[in-house]
Ligand binder design. Structure first.
Ligand SMILES: [Zn+2]
Length: 239
């Protein structure tokens, strides 16, 4: 079954399930999905039943929902479309990183595989999107990203921003306003463990980050060498 035979709603469910597994280890359930997509549990349950019958999902009774191999293939193809479209909008059409998610949500259902592969080629086979999310290659593989949430980092850690959650434009504008972009070096000064808030230094300034912001930023240990932050990732593959 190709993507063309799935409705946009089905494609969205597969992508949401895949993305949920990407961000957390918590099992994906009907109620979790319902909270995420904003549809009633009964309509989510109906959709899950349909996708299960199509061989795209497995659903343990009253339990967790998982993608089958076929479902994973469809989901990864949607994720690839979404992230390449976001990258194209930023690189070629001057969109901000806070403006691309909703646009990509619409466009990802409309573009053909041919167009997606042409975008990939024109962009130089980018390995990550404007939010640091890894972009699956044409064959569905992508390098795992070992990033952790900033709010879990111990005081004294020096990290670089590897990824930010992309669904809340207001949060993205807030982070950009603080100069917290991909690859920016962040020094964790202190952590208020029970509030989940952090005091950090970045771009030569001290910042207080609330829990929603600190949770939305994913980081990697900073390279040991002092100096300029790593440049934005360019397509590293030849040809
Ligand atoms: Zn993104």
């Amino acid at each position: 079954m190709g993507t063309n035979s799935l409705s946009a709603a089905s494609e969205d469910y597969l992508k949401v399930i895949w993305t949920a597994q990407e961000w957390t280890d918590a099992p994906v359930t009907v109620s979790a999905l319902s909270a995420h997509v904003g549809n009633s549990p009964s309509s989510v349950s109906e959709a899950v039943k349909k996708l299960t019958a199509q061989g795209l999902l497995t659903h343990a009774r009253y339990g967790s929902i998982a993608l089958t191999e076929e479902g994973t293939r469809e989901a990864v193809a949607m994720v690839r479309r979404h992230r390449l479209i976001e990258t194209f909008l930023v690189e070629y059409l001057d969109y901000g990183w806070d403006e691309v998610h909703d646009e990509a949500e619409h466009l990802e259902h409309a573009v053909s595989d041919k167009l997606v592969n042409a975008l990939d080629r024109r962009l130089g086979y980018p390995v990550r999107d404007p939010h640091g999310d890894p972009i699956p290659t044409r064959d569905g593989s992508f390098p795992p990203l070992a990033a952790v949430r900033l709010n879990g980092c111990e005081p004294g850690s020096v990290v670089t921003i590897a990824r930010v959650a992309d669904a809340d434009p207001e949060l993205l504008r807030y982070l950009a306003g603080l100069g917290l972009h991909l690859d920016v070096r962040v020094h964790v000064l202190s952590r208020q463990a029970y509030a989940g808030t952090l005091t950090v230094a970045a771009n030569g300034k001290q910042l207080e980050l609330g829990l929603p912001a600190a949770q939305s930023i994913w980081v990697l240990p900073a390279p040991a060498t002092e100096g300029l932050p790593a440049p934005a990732a360019e397509g590293s593959r030849q040809g």
